[in-house]
Ligand binder design. Structure first.
Ligand code: PHE
Ligand code: NA
Length: 502
């Protein structure tokens, strides 16, 4: 009896899907500011060290687990060792939470692509964004729950697109959309970069971005930031790459593919730094302020700084469509990769077909995400959930799982052998050292540091009410672990994919 789990047609399809997952908002709106604030040009050193000593080694680990044990996160972890199944459910739950709010950013970006044409934000983008999200006053706003119609419509559109792609399956949906969207994204972004480079002030922006501050290398926080960026940017250790690798044919070059994915993601990241800082350099000059004053990241960069740039630059509408269109493409291919972690788990658990697994998972997710995030609660929820899902989700599960694999199970030699049977790039002692020592060490330290900073900053985070942070931050993050353990205790039905040969 064979399980009809779906498969990638080949290595190229897999590589595009994996790059589609890796290249996301982290590249466009996170990397440029992280690099700038952590040594500028000098950041390249810790960044490359982090890529080679932790990012790519953990990518290989994900690939080895998914490919050797051929399953969604819970199925693969369970086959690895019966008692490690909870790690898989923990990853599934983190993916579930992230997907809920990631869709909101896509919905905003979709609307802003259209808003770029008539620059609907007028000459005060910050006020417009507040009005548009109905979260006027930002973090200090009282928490309310009213529908924002413009967001509601695009949330529905985003989720419908996700459902269609997921229903089409691993090859015809996930891989096919990445094969189209990723090259399109690169073309659009290159045009955006070239256009931005010719804006007055662009050179000053680049100078600020690349100017090395070698002294920063002595600061441990800079190194932690480099590892944090790499972990997030490569989508490692939260089930995505593991799930994708389970759809690969038995004979595939795992390590060679991993290197392609790792370097493609980082190259795009540098390109994003160039594009964003050219634009910020222009903005600083247009406003007659220092670059330092205009550098932001995340929601502020995309939905407040860029609209300002678009308003001031010649042919701003073009810049707007290219920038927000890029966000949509990069974000969409990441969103489908997170949703797939959940769909694959349910499909394996109940032995479902592709269509029913897609509908059972993504329709409820779409409803919850749309109901929660199309409201005035959207922005505050996104802020808090993102912080905790990253710090106590991705970072924690990565730390715990590497420690378990390396020390409690002592599974690294088996995984190393698997990688060497299925890869052109040989791995050995150094790889095991990276996975067993460097990764857990850096992850553990960053977990401790962020806990200290959250606890010492009091019960409030960014000015949100403490009950809100408690419920959607701490309780959510801890609850995921508890629910994961409970889920791992539920027996697998006889019809599940766990008992089918692949
Ligand atoms: N790797 C993605 C990025 O750089 C991050 C991400 C992917 C987050 C998938 C969540 C889910 O933006
Ligand atoms: Na990335």
């Amino acid at each position: 009896q064979s399980a009809d789990r779906g498969a990638f047609s080949g290595r190229t399809a897999f590589i595009f899907a994996a790059i589609g997952s890796a290249v996301g908002l982290g590249n466009i709106w996170r990397f440029p500011a992280v690099a700038y604030e952590n040594g500028g040009g000098a950041f390249i050193l810790p960044y490359l060290v982090a890529l080679l000593s932790a990012g790519i080694p953990l990518l290989f680990l994900d690939y080895a687990l998914g490919h050797r044990w051929r399953g969604s996160a819970p199925a693969a972890w369970r086959r690895f060792r019966r008692w490690t199944e909870f790690l898989g459910w923990w990853q599934v739950l983190i993916a579930l939470i992230i997907a809920l709010y990631y869709a909101l950013i896509l919905a905003w970006a979709t609307n802003y692509t259209i808003f770029s044409l008539d620059q609907r934000w007028g000459d005060d983008p910050a006020a417009f964004f507040g009005e548009y999200t109905q979260a006027l006053g930002g973090a200090d706003a009282t928490i309310s729950f009213d529908v924002v119609p413009a967001v509601l419509i695009s949330m529905i559109v985003v989720w419908l697109a996700v459902i269609v792609v997921m229903a089409l399956g691993v090859q015809k949906g996930i891989a096919a959309s990445s094969v189209v969207f990723i090259p399109l994204l690169v073309v659009m972004f290159v045009i955006l970069v070239v256009r931005s480079l010719f804006l007055p002030g662009a050179i000053d922006g680049l100078d600020a971005f690349f100017r090395p501050n070698w002294g920063a290398l002595a600061d441990p926080a800079v190194w932690i930031a480099a590892y944090g960026q790499i972990f997030f940017s490569l989508s490692v250790a939260f089930g995505i790459m593991l799930t994708y690798a389970s759809y690969l044919k038995k004979k595939t070059d795992l390590t060679g593919s991993g290197l392609v994915v790792g370097f493609a993601n980082s190259s795009f990241e540098i390109l994003c730094g160039i594009g964003v800082f050219s634009a910020l350099g222009f903005m600083a000059q247009a406003q007659g302020v220092a670059i330092d004053e205009v550098v932001t990241s995340g929601v502020g960069l995309a939905f407040i700084a860029f609209p300002t740039i678009i308003g001031e630059a010649p042919a701003g509408a073009l810049i707007g469509v290219l920038f927000f269109g890029s966000l949509v493409l990069a974000g969409f291919t990441s969103l489908i990769s997170i949703v797939e972690v959940v769909i694959a788990a349910i499909q394996d658990k109940f032995g479902l077909g592709r269509l029913s697994a897609t509908l059972w998972v993504s329709v409820p997710m779409a409803v919850v995400s749309t109901v929660l995030f199309s409201t005035t609660m959207g922005l505050p929820l996104l802020d808090v959930m993102d912080k905790w899902a990253n710090e106590y989700g991705i970072v924690a599960v990565a730390a715990v799982s590497t420690l378990i694999v390396a020390y409690l199970v002592r599974g690294l030699p088996t995984l190393r052998d698997h990688l060497n049977h299925h890869g052109t790039f040989p791995v050995g002692r150094i790889w095991m050292l990276c996975v067993a020592v460097i990764a857990p060490l850096v992850l553990g330290v960053s977990l401790i540091l962020s806990t200290i900073s959250l606890v010492t900053s009091g019960t409030t985070y960014e000015g949100y009410p403490s009950w809100f942070v408690l419920v959607f931050g701490w309780l959510m993050a801890i609850g995921l672990v508890v629910v994961a353990i409970v889920l791992s205790l539920i027996p697998w039905p006889a019809g599940s994919n766990l008992f089918k040969a692949d």
